[in-house]
Design a binder for this molecule. Structure first.
Ligand code: EPZ
Length: 419
């Protein structure tokens, strides 16, 4: 079990290349199931989750060529099987994103229920209700979703989401591209990854209006062709390294990062005393003066991203004053709190809110990761803590951060992976 050792106290400065977005590529890869010709993705991040999604697509009979050095993926069909098995789905919930494409193109799908994870129960009821509205017959038996499209294929429908769901929006958007007639997705998620997915589907011949808004209108087409598509830069990775510059009082240029993709995270970081400027080639992040406590509430994009909550909390641990952090998206996303408190932070959780009282300094300690973003918040705390921090269970990190310790060491962090 790999661990990461950090000795805190270094100010970071230099350039960090931002990789392609995990939450974009995991939605883009299943679109290959819809297409009659190969899908070519570039700027593909080298992540464990990409390998897991590749394994799932191969399990479905697709060919997947992954040139990791060239950051290129070529995925070609047709699918020869229509079952996403439990042992893959349980490792990565995004596996459920093959459901919509399989149903739309092949009329049948058997996908293991993803089950919960550390941060919450993670239901998929909105995915299933939307597909049923499009005519699918769906049964849940033995932990599997058994789904069939009607004889003539899925039919367009008007779907109103009772709450914003990234995955349900993605599954139904993909399914709608090959459905008969028009589909409307109302109260759809507006994350940049959804826009990137829609642009890729358009390149394949899909007809989508309202891209970038909460109201998507799709005219079904008989078939989709192949496409070449670059994966957009990872806004959560960029936001994470912005917090690294902020917490160490450093100066980083995040290559490829886009300010507009940070949404409310940019405003909140500025209120906390962090300077963010768009520069040629990326986003410059510096923190010259003190850090101030700022309250945040997580919301769907363009609100403050739930995937940035743990990282921001680490930053608030060493700010002046207090910060109220409220998590509205997931029911159990404060598992980084006890670990941060072991490093000397002063955080109290009351239901969906945590009050963080800034302290003059954190002290290094052996800490344990429980999910991807909780892990990286402990790395951020270790960068500024006095002494040595050992972060255990770093396999969580490898799912969503490419070469994290290399990128941080290259800008001055005293960090290394202990095999
Ligand atoms: C995506 O998960 C991301 N994962 C998550 O990132 C991210 O935190 C989340 O969106 C919110 O932005 C990927 O893109 C692979 P949701 P997803 O459906 O699609 C409830 C990370 O760290 N809900 O938007 O699963 C759900 O329980 C990961 O990179 C239902 O009730 O999130 C949650 O409370 C973590 N029924 C809320 O909606 C459903 O059918 C938002 O979930 C679906 C969701």
């Amino acid at each position: 079990m790999d661990r990461i050792r950090i000795r805190g106290g270094r100010r970071l400065s230099g350039r960090i290349p931002v990789s392609g977005a995990k939450n974009a590529v995991l939605a883009l890869m299943p679109t290959a199931l819809l297409a009659e010709a190969p899908l070519v993705l570039s700027n593909v991040p080298d992540l464990v989750d990409v390998q897991t999604m590749s394994a799932l697509l191969r399990e479905l009979g697709m060919t997947v060529e992954h040139d990791r050095a060239a950051r290129r993926l070529v995925i070609a069909g047709p699918a020869k099987a229509h079952e996403a098995p439990y042992d893959i789905v349980r490792r990565m919930r995004a596996s459920v994103l093959v459901l919509g494409p399989l149903l739309a193109r092949y009329g049948v799908a058997r996908v293991s229920l993803p089950g919960g994870c550390a941060i919450g129960t993670r239901p998929v009821d909105l995915h299933l209700k939307g597909l049923e509205a499009m005519g699918a017959e769906i049964a849940v038996e033995g932990g599997y979703i058994e789904a069939r499209a009607p004889r003539g294929g899925l039919r367009g429908a008007r779907i109103i989401f009772p709450l914003v769901s990234v995955g349900a929006t993605e599954n139904l958007l993909m399914a709608a591209t090959l459905a008969q007639g028009e589909t409307e997705l109302i109260n759809a998620a507006r994350e940049p990854e959804i826009e990137d997915l829609a642009l890729c589907l358009m390149r394949m011949g899909a007809r989508i209006e309202g891209i970038g808004t909460g109201r998507l209108k799709v005219q079904g087409v008989p078939s989709l062709g192949g496409a070449e598509h670059p994966v957009l830069p990872d806004r959560i990775e960029a936001g994470t390294y912005a917090c690294a510059a902020a917490i160490t009082g450093g100066d980083l240029l995040l290559e490829g990062a886009r300010l507009d993709h940070l949404g409310a995270v940019a405003r909140v970081l500025r209120e906390a005393g962090v300077a963010l400027h768009e520069e040629a080639g990326g986003l410059r992040v510096t923190r010259a003066n003190g850090l101030h406590g700022v309250d945040v509430i997580t919301e769907p994009f363009p609100g403050f991203a739930t995937d940035m909550q743990a990282q921001f909390m680490a930053l608030m641990c060493v700010a002046e004053g207090a910060a109220m952090v409220t998590e509205t998206i997931f029911e159990n996303r404060f598992m980084h709190v006890p670990e941060l408190n072991r490093m000397g932070a002063r955080i109290n959780v009351h239901g969906a809110s945590a009050i963080v009282r800034g302290v003059p300094a954190l002290s290094g300690a052996p800490v344990m990761a429980t999910d991807l973003r909780a892990s990286v918040s402990l790395v951020l705390a270790g960068l500024v803590a006095r002494g040595e921090t050992i972060v255990n269970r770093v396999y969580h990190l490898d799912r969503g951060y490419e070469r994290l310790e290399e990128k941080l060491a290259a800008v001055g962090a005293d960090i290394e992976r202990l095999r």
